[in-house]
Design a protein around this ligand. Structure first.
Ligand code: KMH
Ligand code: ZN
Length: 447
């Protein structure tokens, strides 16, 4: 038994001379749609045991030319499931092509280091109820009217016990968090890193403009060193408050090697939200230590400061640790998990990993993904299509494309927001984010 959300299929094939329709051996756009039709059909066969019918495209974008000889990879992912309708997002990428250069043989070809996206689309297919042959847990439709924290009905008993299923329905509303500075990235890595309170506030405001409703905050001393000083945090919070209404989430992770008292520094500012790291991991070549007593100490301090914890999970067992904290009364509902993927030494940034993590999230909780480096874009897009929330920004990834530095975190937020819109998610403002996270409406209006 499966929800089907996030199910993905990829086909790869070569465009032939018979596909070329226009001058210059150009292939017509309809060929990409025919490919998406095949991808959709395989998705439906896997999901429902029936080919179904393609009903409508909501959006089609042709982004780059396709020519005879190009190798095209087409991927589709199921983003919504109704009783009979299945919405899918598609992307076609060119992965190899003929060179077509003077002086080279006609047969010369190149595999592309970075695939070129040639077409994107969103469409809906239908499988009549009587043709659906596979038992499946039907999720509530992702309509604006759907309750944002609805609990799914108990699945009907099957003859064989079903595996654990995702019990948190995907949300149409999307919270984007901007992690604008962090503790590890330096000005040597990227000149676009904000450091002073004013720089942090300006960057936060740009991210808000781009679609972020939460800012995950670290601070630095004037010479760029990571700090957990409550004075520096207060200055940054005041500056951010003067410019935006974003939810401010302070770090209690700080930098590797800091002790608990130092890490708790920003809690003196009584932030609306604070991270709570739920376990120890190898963090690159270092150890990010979060012993069980330290986690409990910070959980108590977060509770006393009146902040809402965001549960940072770097491994599967960290979810269990968070659930233990709840049992012990150190944290309360609603729980909000952040799955941090792709850190060297931590859990991998892969679809199967995320699907399993999400399957462990209890009903009523919300979850997000923060993936590092080159994993940020694909994992953000996967989280968005699976109905979770997402964090992007320079703390986790400094590149917009391979070799191209992002000019701050805002372009990364803007890209995630554009993708979200293309698959039917609604990027929310801070007021709505507070509601979704169960945070009191903001009382402080300026610093
Ligand atoms: N800098 C990392 C060691 C958090 O903000 O809570 C920890 C971190 C997590 O960034
Ligand atoms: Zn952080």
């Amino acid at each position: 038994m499966t929800t089907g959300i996030g199910l993905t299929v990829t086909l790869r094939l070569r465009m032939g001379a018979h596909d070329a329709h226009y001058a210059g051996e150009l292939v017509d756009g309809a060929r990409m749609l025919a490919l998406f039709g095949d991808v959709a059909t395989e998705l439906l066969v896997r999901l429902d045991g029936d080919e179904g019918l393609f009903r409508a495209y909501e959006r089609v974008e042709f982004l780059a030319p396709v020519r005879a000889g190009d190798f095209i990879e087409a991927t589709g992912i199921i983003t919504r499931i109704g009783n009979t309708s299945r919405t899918m997002a598609f992307e076609a990428r060119k992965v190899a092509q003929n060179v077509r250069a003077a002086g080279l043989a006609d047969s010369a070809g190149d595999a592309l280091a970075e695939p070129i996206v040639v077409c994107r689309a969103v469409g809906t297919c239908v499988v009549p109820l009587e043709q659906q042959r596979k038992p499946r847990l039907v999720l509530p439709a992702l309509s604006a009217a759907a309750p944002e924290h609805a609990i799914l009905p108990e699945p009907r008993p099957l003859i064989t016990p079903p595996p654990r299923v995702v019990v948190t329905p995907p949300s149409r509303a999307l919270i984007l968090t901007a992690a604008i500075v962090g503790a590890e990235v330096t000005r040597e890595d990227t000149p676009h890193l904000p450091i002073t309170a004013e720089e942090l506030a300006d960057e936060a405001a740009r991210c808000r403009e781009a679609g972020a409703s939460v800012v995950h905050l670290h601070v630095r001393t004037a010479d760029g060193k990571p700090s957990q000083s409550s004075e520096l945090f207060q200055a940054a919070i005041d500056a951010i408050r003067r410019k935006t209404d974003m939810v401010i989430q302070t770090s209690t992770g700080g930098a590797v090697g800091m002790g608990v008292a130092e890490r708790a520094g920003p809690l003196a500012c009584r932030p609306e939200m604070a991270t709570l790291n739920c376990g120890t991991i190898n963090f690159g070549d270092e150890v990010f230590e979060n012993t069980r007593p330290l986690i409990r100490d910070l959980a108590r301090r977060i509770r006393e400061s009146g902040s809402m914890p965001e549960l940072e999970c770097y491994e599967v067992g960290h979810i269990d640790e968070a659930l233990a904290l709840k049992k012990e009364g150190l944290i309360g509902d609603p729980l909000h998990f952040q799955f941090v993927l792709g850190i060297a030494g931590g859990i991998g940034a892969r679809r199967e990993v995320l699907e399993f993590l999400v399957s462990q999230v209890p009903g009523g909780a919300t979850w997000a993904v923060a993936a590092v480096g080159r994993h940020q874009r694909p994992m953000t897009e996967l989280a968005i299509t699976m109905g979770g929330h997402a964090r992007v920004g320079l703390e986790d990834n400094i590149y917009l494309e391979k070799g191209v530095l992002s000019k701050g975190s805002a372009p990364l937020v803007a890209r995630a927001a554009a993708f979200a819109e293309s698959v039917g998610r609604e990027v929310v403002d801070p007021a709505r984010a507070r509601k979704l996270l169960g945070i009191e409406p903001m009382k402080i209006t300026s610093g």
